[in-house]
Design a protein around this ligand. Structure first.
Ligand code: NDP
Length: 288
């Protein structure tokens, strides 16, 4: 079997186009331009790249972009007072604090300070609670992006066995909640799971969100399963340039799976696109 390659880049472009249309419509109907504020504390190079991409894509789809770049030594009080002013700013509909934060700042503390109605990352406990209890939350962007990619190849999720490897608050847990809400039978695996390959072989839908390069091999995968690879890992190459790989051995897994996301070009591009979609939704809710 040679798996269908699920093209996250193409899907993300489609989502961005839909968002751009929605932004225009909201401006025309209510005179409101959705605005996304991104707060970056410190100089983590990967975070700087993410923030640059977010700002560029926010502006490209017609939204307002506000970004606050703060010194690594920024105090808790200063950061919370910026969040407070963004909460009160009517031009800001979405607030995102880029993680990870420097060690002296507690990310939970900071996330809880964001108005849940502007929490477009979906990390506030109020949105997390709504996700697990069937409300209408903002859903974290990477898992909702994965779900959209999954539905493009597998519209019938109900009753399927889904295994999510990883239980982080930003990927594994919300992914499991989304699959459960679609009536899959969900197993969450993690570093203490016994015989992980055997657990994975039960999966009709396998999501890997671990951070271990090419850990999932073909013999972990049930023939015909759909595999979503969230991992982004840089590995060394002989030419010294290095390259990005996922948590799944793509070439090996492609011989067994029915469909699989590549890295790069899988869930990664969908993450920012879904952030823009959440920001548009926040702006729509602000006028309804
Ligand atoms: P975390 O480090 O927060 O979580 C990793 C999870 O993997 C933990 O639950 C951990 O278990 C589990 N784990 C670690 N080692 C093993 C193992 N050997 N076997 C089974 N489970 C294991 O990572 P994130 O969830 O933040 O990210 C996961 C990956 O996804 C990373 O590569 C990250 O770069 C990528 N990512 C990609 C995004 C995108 O836009 N595509 C967005 C966010 C993340 P335990 O809880 O027991 O420690």
């Amino acid at each position: 079997m040679t798996a269908t390659r699920i093209d996250g880049k193409a899907f993300a472009e489609k989502v961005r186009e839909e968002v751009a249309v929605g932004v225009k419509a909201l401006k025309a109907s209510h005179g409101v331009t959705p605005g996304l504020a991104v707060v970056l504390v410190g100089e983590d190079p990967a975070s700087q790249v993410y923030v640059r991409n977010k700002v560029r894509q926010t502006e490209a789809c017609g939204m307002q972009s506000f970004h606050h770049v703060l010194d690594t030594t920024t105090s808790r009080d200063s950061l919370l007072s910026i969040i407070e002013s963004l909460n009160a700013d009517p031009e800001v509909h979405g607030i995102l604090v880029q993680l990870p934060l420097p060690d002296h700042l507690d990310s939970r503390d900071v996330i809880e300070a964001i108005d849940p109605a502007k929490d477009v990352d979906g990390f506030h406990t109020s949105n997390v609670g709504e996700l697990w209890t069937g409300g209408e939350p903002f859903i974290p962007c990477t898992p909702i992006g994965c779900l959209r990619l999954l539905k493009s190849v597998e519209p019938n999720i109900a009753g399927k066995n889904a295994v999510v490897i990883g239980r982080s608050n930003i990927v594994g847990r919300p992914m499991a909640a989304l699959l459960l809400n679609e009536s899959a039978t969900v197993t969450i695996a993690h570093s203490k799971t016994k015989d992980l390959p055997a657990v994975c072989r039960q999966a009709d839908i396998l999501v890997a969100a671990v951070g271990r390069p090419q850990m999932v091999k073909a013999d972990w995968i049930k023939p015909g399963a759909v595999v979503l690879d969230v991992g982004i890992n840089r590995i060394e190459t002989e030419d010294g340039k290095g390259k990005l790989v996922g948590d799944v051995d793509f070439d090996d897994a492609s011989t067994v799976a029915s469909a699989i996301t590549p890295v790069p070009g899988g869930p990664g591009p969908m993450t920012i696109a879904c952030l823009l979609a959440n920001t548009l939704e926040a702006a729509k809710r602000s006028v309804s």
